[in-house]
Design a protein around this ligand. Structure first.
Ligand SMILES: Cc1ncc(C[n+]2csc(CCOP(=O)(O)OP(=O)(O)O)c2C)c(N)n1
Ligand code: SF4
Ligand SMILES: [Mg+2]
Length: 291
């Protein structure tokens, strides 16, 4: 399969040749020839998804997760109705690449803002995108209460198991043994406890119509995750209840890794603890496939 120009742009900042400043102060090098090849690729991306370079680190998984969300929004024709409530994290910078209505919430509080928006404007399509530092460490009760109340909007959690934007310190989803800026010898279960499995937790709430965990570390995972996002969005469109998708994303910078090592780490380690799959599927969603 040929890569679209946008997909490559999503994998790194391909604006100018030479040393490129990526998110979090890291750099990558790209030659004029490589750059030409990227921009010569066919422009067959989504209407909503980035048409320009972004400023995330090379190898970051968050742009790939955003792209899936944008593709489904395109395919479901949601562009004119969507209101995106953004959390606070590295992914924030991707908001400016999305051609949709947006509101920024305080750290962890996006589900409460989304509750107000959806109740005031029930015909609009409302979603939040939040990181693990935002949703799990700082604002877990917000998401849980929304799920328990059956609020009819969608939450997307991009889980890279670190507070990426503020330098890569531990979050509530950091794996036991994982090195972060604040756990240089690895997370210690005796001191810090264990990581929280959010998709499983949300699935237990009565008001939840859909809860799943996907990932963007491999083509198969990407295809499955797209299906999950579609089902979550359909749950909202059919007014079935709260819908939630946790997406595991690479953060090579915060994980002290080379870009190419991160997907393998996810396959070998991260997905062994954060098992991929659907944890709650409303019966009315069983026949919803990728749009
Ligand atoms: C109330 C509040 N607490 C802390 C912060 C600082 N802060 C901004 S972004 C961030 C980390 C976000 O991490 P995450 O949600 O996992 O997103 P990532 O950067 O990893 O994509 C923190 C702690 C803040 N802005 N507001
Ligand atoms: S999440 Fe990690 S890899 Fe992505 S931009 Fe932030 S620090 Fe860089
Ligand atoms: Mg994070």
């Amino acid at each position: 399969m040929a890569y679209s120009r946008q997909l490559l742009i999503l994998m790194g900042n391909f604006e100018k040749p030479g040393k490129l400043l990526a998110g979090n102060g890291t750099t990558m090098t790209i030659s004029k020839e490589q750059l030409k090849k990227v921009w010569a690729l066919p422009n067959k991306g989504s209407f909503i998804a980035p048409q320009e370079a972004h400023h995330m680190c090379p190898g970051c998984g968050e742009p790939a997760a955003y792209r899936l969300v944008a593709e489904i929004m395109d395919e479901m024709n949601l562009r004119e109705r969507v209101i995106y409530v953004a959390g606070i994290g590295c992914y924030n910078s991707l908001g400016s690449n999305l051609n949709i209505d947006q509101i920024k919430a305080l750290h962890g509080r996006a589900p409460s803002v989304a509750t107000g928006v959806k109740r005031a404007l029930p015909d609009r399509f409302v979603m939040t995108i939040q990181g693990d530092g935002d949703l799990v460490s700082e604002g877990l009760s917000e998401a849980l209460h929304c799920a328990a109340r059956g609020e009819k909007f969608t939450v997307i959690l991009v889980n890279n198991s670190v507070n990426g934007e503020t330098g890569g310190h531990m979050t509530a989803t950091t794996l036991v043994g994982q090195k972060t800026k604040s756990t240089l010898k690895g997370r210690d279960a005796e001191i810090h406890g264990g990581p929280i499995k959010t998709a499983e937790l949300i699935a237990q709430m009565d008001g939840t119509a859909y809860s799943a965990r996907g990932s963007v570390h491999s083509p198969v995972a990407v295809i499955r995750t797209k299906k999950m996002i579609h089902r979550a969005f359909e749950a909202q469109e059919q007014k079935l209840g709260f819908s939630f998708v946790e997406i595991l994303t690479m953060c090579p910078t915060g994980w002290f890794m080379e870009t190419w090592e991160a997907p393998k780490y996810m396959e070998d380690v991260m997905t062994k603890y954060f098992t991929l799959g659907e944890y709650k599927v409303h019966p009315q969603l069983a026949n919803v496939a990728v749009a």
